[in-house]
Design a protein around this ligand. Structure first.
Ligand code: ATP
Length: 612
């Protein structure tokens, strides 16, 4: 439909253009005296011949236009004559014995020659305008992508999915999230039967905020609400409102709501709401003016809903802490639904949904895949299944095998394997000891999670990796769990120190992560001797691209105590790891030797080495 409209628009434009050219040509020709439709053959004559005809009483009328003379004879024929330049026709006739009486009978008409002033006028005034108009016409037509876009600034960039869209999503397409779907089914009912609620005097909720990490299905849920209630769905990302110019964002918000009002009942989904909905206030960085204006406009539009308006706005964010309180008050985004990372059952269901259209081999066990993917979001899981299908196609196999799915998990987690990366024997030895150190500490430290795989084949940025998978899903972590994490992270570093007497640069990322955990224990979790206080506030302002910089809200004295506490935690975890490495040095050597030889060890092979 849209394409058809565009086609007709283009056609109309072209027709106008052609008509314009013809009119201009017509005008030009008519004023220059060119009579295209009336080109009868007129006999030419001379002034003496005209004098003769006048004397003979054959002439009824004479039209003079500059030096051109048109003679109308009594027998309805005409003559064309060129008179001498610089004198009038009567003067010219007087040279040829003209009969004064007969001359009186002829009516003389003198016409002004338009071409004399019109031609220069057309050439110098009208033509440049015509040329400029033609130039702009083509320029705009050609530059549709660039030029016209800049004229479209104020239009909202929302994508609209109509109710008849082929890609309609329903709650059945959303795996897991049972409670969330239940909560949102109320909204579906509002949209489906608004009158039922309006009759009761109930206000239709205006906004629902979906909060959760990226890729957990917030957009999918919003689309499912639209699909279930069979209403149009406007999708727009918060960041697409913001442009370089102040005022654009607010006009985009206005245009979005105008469009939505025409389609109601309908649903507007604003992704990344935090990019426009951050707390307003004094800003350190420039460019906040635009964001604040946009947010103000959004608030105004939400307030401006008529009682009977049937538009529901769904916002999505993973930073609810930074949202402006005005957005969260009743009458705006007053309902909050938390969409969390999926648990094991939900992961299995998501995998089932996304492998529906893929030829899975009989050996595929999606439960095992779900067990191996704690912390994966719905989007990650979709990616795993997709990567497995790509790998299968690349290998030329008929069906997706379990090994391909398992391989894809690591690819999604760490990036593709770098088998071709050439490493020296010395580097290989360091990597093998390093990974064996991690795995050994993980196996013997209290609360360590079981090792599922060790590899010294590089993936992404890592030269090697040790994967651990918890036996059961845990909601909370205790201090002992964090301490185990630090000991395991330090396992590689300590092994290098123990075996080679010095440490390589490969341990730097482990150290960074271990220090971060230790600092979190003290500053955020209240798990140190400094007690149940949170030190440092996260800043919500983005300054020079750095978000969440720590705001120091404690004294220098406390800062020293925090540093000392972090140091104690690191020393305690280091000590624990060191004891394990010394005690089981023999096992460490066994694992390293096997790792150098085989490059990758799966859980069973590794556990055999532990017991040997
Ligand atoms: P972001 O915050 O990055 O916008 P999001 O939470 O909106 O992320 P979605 O875009 O909804 O995430 O999800 C990404 C993809 O993950 C979807 O296309 C969908 O296929 C898949 N997915 C996520 N959660 C689920 C689920 N519960 N069931 C089925 N598929 C899911």
């Amino acid at each position: 439909m849209k394409k058809k409209n565009l086609f007709f628009k283009g056609l109309l434009k072209n027709i106008f253009f052609v008509i314009f050219i013809f009119c201009s040509l017509g005008l030009l020709l008519s004023v220059t005296g060119f009579d295209y439709f009336n080109q009868e053959k007129i006999e030419e004559a001379t002034v003496p011949q005209l004098a003769e005809r006048i004397n003979a009483g054959e002439v009824s009328k004479v039209e003079v236009s500059q030096n051109n003379v048109l003679v109308y004879l009594n027998d309805d024929s005409k003559l064309k004559i060129k008179k001498e330049e610089g004198i009038t026709l009567t003067e010219n006739l007087s040279y040829f014995n003209i009969d004064e009486g007969k001359l009186q009978e002829v009516s003389f008409v003198y016409k002004e020659d338009a071409s004399e002033w019109l031609m220069p006028f057309l050439l110098m005034v009208v033509l440049p305008f015509v040329l400029i108009a033609v130039f702009f016409f083509f320029f705009l037509k050609k530059g549709k992508g660039g030029m016209t876009q800049s004229f479209d600034f104020a239009k909202s960039k929302a994508k609209m999915f109509t109710k008849n869209n082929d890609t309609k999503v329903t709650f059945n397409d959303v795996a897991g999230l049972k409670e969330e779907k239940e909560e949102l089914s109320e909204i579906v009912d509002f949209l489906k039967h608004p009158q039922k609620y309006l009759k009761m005097g109930a206000k239709i909720p205006k906004g629902v905020l979906l909060v959760g990490p990226a890729g957990c299905g917030k957009t999918l849920l919003a689309r499912a609400i639209a699909g279930e209630s069979n209403v149009p769905f406007f999708y727009v990302s918060g960041s697409s409102f913001i442009e370089l110019f102040v005022g654009i964002g607010s006009s985009r918000v206005r245009s979005l709501f105008e469009a939505a009002k025409k389609q109601q009942p309908c649903l507007i989904f604003i992704d990344e709401l935090d990019s426009i909905g951050k707390v307003r206030g004094p800003s350190m960085s420039g460019g906040n003016e635009e964001r604040e204006q946009t947010l103000n406009q959004l608030l105004t539009e939400m307030d401006g809903f008529e009682k009977n308006d049937k538009i529901i706005i769904i916002g999505a964010t993973n930073r609810v802490d930074v949202l402006d309180p005005a957005l969260l008050r009743p009458g705006r985004f007053d309902r909050k639904v938390v969409v969390n990372l999926p648990d094991i059952q939900e992961r299995e269901d998501i995998l089932k949904i996304h492998s529906k259209n893929k030829p899975l081999a009989d050996d595929v066990n999606l439960r095992e895949v779900a067990e191996r993917t704690p912390g994966f979001s719905g989007a990650d899981l979709e990616n795993v299944v997709n990567e497995a299908a790509i790998l299968t196609a690349k290998l030329g196999e008929e069906k997706v095998l379990q090994k391909n799915v398992l391989e894809s998990i690591e690819k999604v987690l760490l990036g593709p394997e770098k088998k071709s990366r050439i490493i020296t024997d010395e580097d290989k030895k360091i990597a093998a000891y390093h990974e064996a150190g991690h795995a050994l500490v993980a196996s013997f430290v209290p609360n360590g999670e079981p090792v599922r795989k060790i590899s010294i084949i590089g993936r992404g940025m890592a030269a090697g990796y040790t994967l651990q998978v918890p036996d059961k899903e845990r909601g909370f972590k205790r201090k002992s769990d964090f301490m185990a994490d630090i000991s395991i992270l330090l396992g590689g570093y300590l092994t290098e120190k123990l075996i080679f007497g010095e440490v390589s640069s490969g341990a730097s990322d482990d150290l960074k992560r271990a220090s971060r955990v230790a600092r979190k224990i003290v500053k955020e979790l209240g798990m140190s001797s400094l007690g149940p206080t949170v030190f440092g506030e996260k800043e919500t302002e983005i300054f020079l691209g750095y978000e969440g910089a720590d705001q120091k809200n404690y004294s220098e004295d406390t800062a020293l105590k925090i540093d000392a506490e972090v140091k104690n935690i690191m020393i305690e975890a280091e000590e624990k790891a060191k004891q394990i490495l010394i005690k089981y040095k023999e096992v460490l050597e066994r694992i390293t030797k096997e790792l150098i030889e085989k490059e990758t060890l799966e859980r069973e092979a590794f556990e055999k080495l532990l017991k040997a």
